[in-house]
Write a protein that binds this ligand. Sequence first.
Ligand SMILES: Cc1cc2nc3c(=O)[nH]c(=O)nc-3n(C[C@H](O)[C@H](O)[C@H](O)COP(=O)(O)OP(=O)(O)OC[C@H]3O[C@@H](n4cnc5c(N)ncnc54)[C@H](O)[C@@H]3O)c2cc1C
Length: 385
Amino acid sequence: MDFTESEERLALRSAVAGLVAGYGPTYYRSKAQAGEYLSELWTKAGELGYLGVNLPEEHGGGGGGIGDLAAVLEELSAGGCPTLMMVVSPAICGTVIARFGTPEQQRRWLPGIASGESILAFAITEPDAGSNSHRITTTARRDGSDWLLDGRKTFISGVDVADAVLVVGRTEDARTGRLKPALFLVPTDAPGFEARRIEMDLVSPDHQFALFLDGVRLPGDALVGDPDSGLLQLFAGLNPERIMAASLAAGSARHALERAVGYARERQVWGTPIGAHQGLAHPLAQVKIELELARLMTQKAAALYDAGDDAAAGEAANMAKYAAGEVSARAVDQAVQTLGGNGLASEYGLGAAIAASRLGRIAPVSREMILNFVAQHSLGLPKSY
Ligand SMILES: Cc1cc2nc3c(=O)[nH]c(=O)nc-3n(C[C@H](O)[C@H](O)[C@H](O)COP(=O)(O)OP(=O)(O)OC[C@H]3O[C@@H](n4cnc5c(N)ncnc54)[C@H](O)[C@@H]3O)c2cc1C
């Protein structure tokens, strides 16, 4: 068992940290306020091979694992530039296509995802299903060799910058007539596809959309992989999603903690730095401990996933996501407190981080659904819902 990261991983972290240092929170905020995406940073990260570090080399990726991609996202977030599109495009969609896509789908999408030139969004959440993804009703039916897709999705990130959306729907099983999960690659310019922006109280370059899919006609090969592997495909995307969400949250916690500690070292109101007061120092120390625990669990989840142990990775990924979501909310809360009035001054950017830091408790899977998972699967308690 290895509790330290490889030299290669540490070098990757330091290279990404060097890149994001040239952008930082001021760039992030100005892009968010202008309603624009982090395109310059994204393009550069793609050129340097960071966006596709987990994807197969034969398709333009780095041949590494999800642990490498998670390290990239943690460093971008710690440098003040978190983006959900890294969770969605290379981690969820890239993994599903690399593992289950047809050779043609892999050739079509993976090189662009790796270079950053193509972005894929991911749509599972529906207004009437929410956390209960068994209730999704987006359905595809055959029309000759085509598919016709109908349904609604909500809170789908990055549709404005995406070329296509990986949509989780259902198809009818030819033998039983029952609906079974199936994933479709839906171009954002397909007739019948409409995306409406949802106004959010988040200062973020990632935007959320409601999708209206009304008789979207798709060619037969829009279905990802084999028609019987929809459920497997979905599960294959979930562990990377949670590991990446944990990394984004942990990186954001690092960013907030660093700002708080820097301020607490300098600011004096009683002739000594405010960080000397234990009322401030102890909560910051607690955040540091909880942050390191969350990072360790995230690295464990990534190591298990990269070793091919999906089941063990599932438990660890859920725990990592929970722990990182909690510490991200606490880190920002304590950072705001440490800065006093400046904690809410726009110049310091922490007020806006309060809303963003709550995301780790809500998406991609809520804190309560993770507690349900752990209660049921880790503790063997009865399912309550
Ligand atoms: C900024 C942002 C970006 C997002 N991006 C995407 C995306 O790109 N693609 C995508 O598909 N989705 C995305 N989502 C959706 C996200 O995954 C959902 O918001 C999340 O899964 C929760 O679903 P819901 O909002 O419908 O809440 P609900 O399911 O309505 O839950 C509301 C509350 O009830 C609790 N609850 C529900 N069921 C139970 C239960 N059985 N036991 C205990 N408590 C329960 C929940 O924990 C939560 O606190 C995004 C959301 C946000 C906010």
